[in-house]
Each structure stands twice: as structure tokens, then as C-alpha cells.
Design a protein around this ligand. Sequence first.
Ligand code: ZN
Length: 159
Amino acid sequence: MSNDIHDLYQELILDHNRSPRNFRVIEDADVQREGFNPLCGDHYTVYLKLDGDVVADVSFHGSGCAISKASASMMTTMVKGKTRDEIRKLFERFHAVVTGTERAGGSSEELGKLAVFAGISEYPSRVKCATLPWHTLHEALFGPPPDIESSGATTVTAE
Ligand code: ZN
């Protein structure tokens, strides 16, 4: 990728790390799940308010590296107002992008933002930072995904 694009991506990650969106606790959340990436020390809780099949509100709180925090921040802006089916598809495509099995270029406009993370597939230890918030969200909505072992993320039920 060109330096200009690289800078733009870096700027997006820095921006979301500096001022993360939806970085708060939802006290009366319908579901909350904790995710931990022991390789890096990223540790977040994802909070969800559900309205039937729709995620009415979503937030996260905790601490971790710039990549994990930016990923969680972008994730919350993308899934708010979406149905479980839409979120499941987003999760699958995001996972494919960061693990390098799908090129970000052919993706939807919305997933385009996540192309920021496409270069991460070259750094396996950082992939876990980017996917941790998504795995935590996925588990909150659907239970453990089948490839949870390979994500390196461990989750704790917090109910
Ligand atoms: Zn990390």
C-alpha cells in the first residue's frame, strides 16, 4: 500500500485510540461479555442493549493497546442499530479481512473502514488485538464462535 494510504489508516487508528467512541459502561445492559487477550494484555468488556433482534446500544470499557481499542471503537460505531444477522455477516467479513483470507477492496463501503486492519494479517500477534473486541461481541450475541481457539482470546462470563 502507498505511504499516503498507510498514513491515513494510521491516523484512523490513532484517532479512535485517542478518542474512542462509545467508551463507557452501560449499567443496565441486557448482555455483557468480557474479553481478554493474554498475549498483549488487552482486556475489555462489551455491553449491549437489545431491542428484539436489533442492537439498540453498544459500548465497551477496559484497557489495551491502540489497535485493540481502535478496533473496539470502530466496531461499536458499525454495529449500533444493526440486526444480529447483519452483525454476524460483518463479523465474518472482518475476520476474513484481518486474517488475510479476503481482500478488503471488494467489500462494502462500511467494511472499507475496517480495511485499516487488513495489513495486520502479516502480524499474527496483532491480529488477536484487532479481533478481540469482535470475538467478545460475537460471544455476547451468539455464543463462542467455532474458531475461538485460534483467536487466542479467552472470554469470561460476567453475569
Ligand atoms: Zn493488543
